[in-house]
Design a protein around this ligand. Structure first.
Ligand SMILES: [Zn+2]
Ligand SMILES: [Zn+2]
Length: 338
């Protein structure tokens, strides 16, 4: 049987193990993908550290997958070998439950599948995925360019386009890291008056390069007051993983403004008075489905939005993962399968 390499985690807290496995066969409704590139996302710590209830080990992480369809299982008609595709966080749903029948696939109550958590992901030469989880990748994007758009890209793009902001509105992006550097670009290209907020003056040149209209150094003063001086934000996209940093900017929302939370933390403080007096809201956003990924990729090509990446071969997975974890990567880390 032909073999492939995978980088697996055998137990919670265990190291990455580069092992050989048989190349999997796609079951009915599945496609097999020859992986070309896979981004490393901060959420992969859920697998590495064992912070996802019920996760079965060994597990191969990776939900920013781009590759080529290599084989299809029975009943798959929409995908053919040779097509360039991607797979993101949303790995499948039942299609039958009340949530699915309402179009809320992210809330599937029966068979919600998360790539690299519920089944093996893209830190591998090959993977299989449900055909509903697969997105078409435009030819203009290289595998390394496309991979981070499958999670960091879709999450920021989809949150912004569902935020209620319209062209000309003041939109702030809190955090200018892996998510934020994409969020700022999408906000600018969607026609929002875009504000970048980060700690310290260092990220100002980058923010300007990415097209922001204003930059706020959250350490130099009160970022909420600075936003109010600009008229108050219609939307603040919170990409940081600090509830305290999110709490500190809520007062910068304008009337009917929304704090869109996409960075995961355990808790944050919200002032009921701030919400009530300005009819403001705090809302979370789940990345999206394969159709949303296709929209993200198409828009990124159309508007010239690009992820800045550091690239490592699969065999250097430990080094690459540590680089992501250090917070020093500029800005996404991507594995290539070679
Ligand atoms: Zn992710
Ligand atoms: Zn369902």
């Amino acid at each position: 049987m032909p073999k492939m390499r995978v980088a697996q985690i055998a137990r919670p807290g265990g190291p990455f193990e580069l092992v050989e496995r048989e190349i999997p066969q796609p079951a009915a409704g599945q496609v097999r993908i020859k992986v070309q590139a896979c981004g490393i996302c901060h959420s992969d710590t859920l697998v590495k550290d064992g912070h996802w209830p019920g996760l079965q080990y060994p597990r191969v992480p990776g939900h920013e997958v781009v590759g080529v369809v290599d084989a299809v299982g029975a009943g798959v008609s929409q995908w053919k070998p040779g097509q360039r595709v991607g797979v993101g966080w949303h790995g499948g749903h039942c299609g039958q439950c009340d949530a699915c029948r309402s179009g809320n696939f992210f809330g599937c109550q029966v068979a919600l599948q998360i790539t690299g958590l519920s089944f093996d992901g893209g830190y591998a030469d090959y993977m299989v995925a449900s055909s509903v989880a697969v997105a078409l990748v435009p030819e203009k994007l290289s595998p390394v360019e496309a991979a981070p758009l499958m999670c960091a890209g879709i999450t920021t793009f989809n949150a912004l386009r569902n935020s209620g902001a319209i062209p000309g509105d003041l939109v702030a992006v809190l955090g200018l890291g892996g998510l934020g550097h994409l969020g700022v670009q999408y906000a600018v290209k969607m026609g929002f008056k875009t504000v970048g907020i980060a700690r310290g003056p260092d990220k100002q040149p980058l923010a300007r390069q990415l097209g922001v209209h204003h930059y706020i150094d959250s350490q130099a003063g009160d970022p909420a007051a600075e936003l109010q001086k600009l008229g108050g934000a219609k939307v603040i996209l919170a990409t940081v993983t600090s509830g305290a940093a999110m709490s500190a900017v809520q007062g910068g929302l304008g009337l009917n403004g929304t704090l869109m939370v996409i960075g995961a933390d355990q808790s944050m403080q919200v002032s009921p008075l701030v919400l009530i007096m300005g009819r403001r809201s705090v809302k979370g956003w789940y990345s999206g489905t394969a159709a949303d990924s296709q929209d993200t990729l198409r828009f990124s090509v159309l508007a010239g939005v690009q992820s800045m990446n550091e690239v490592y071969p699969l065999e250097k997975v430990t080094e690459a993962y540590d680089r992501m974890l250090s917070g020093k990567a500029r800005f996404r880390v991507v594995l290539t399968m070679g």
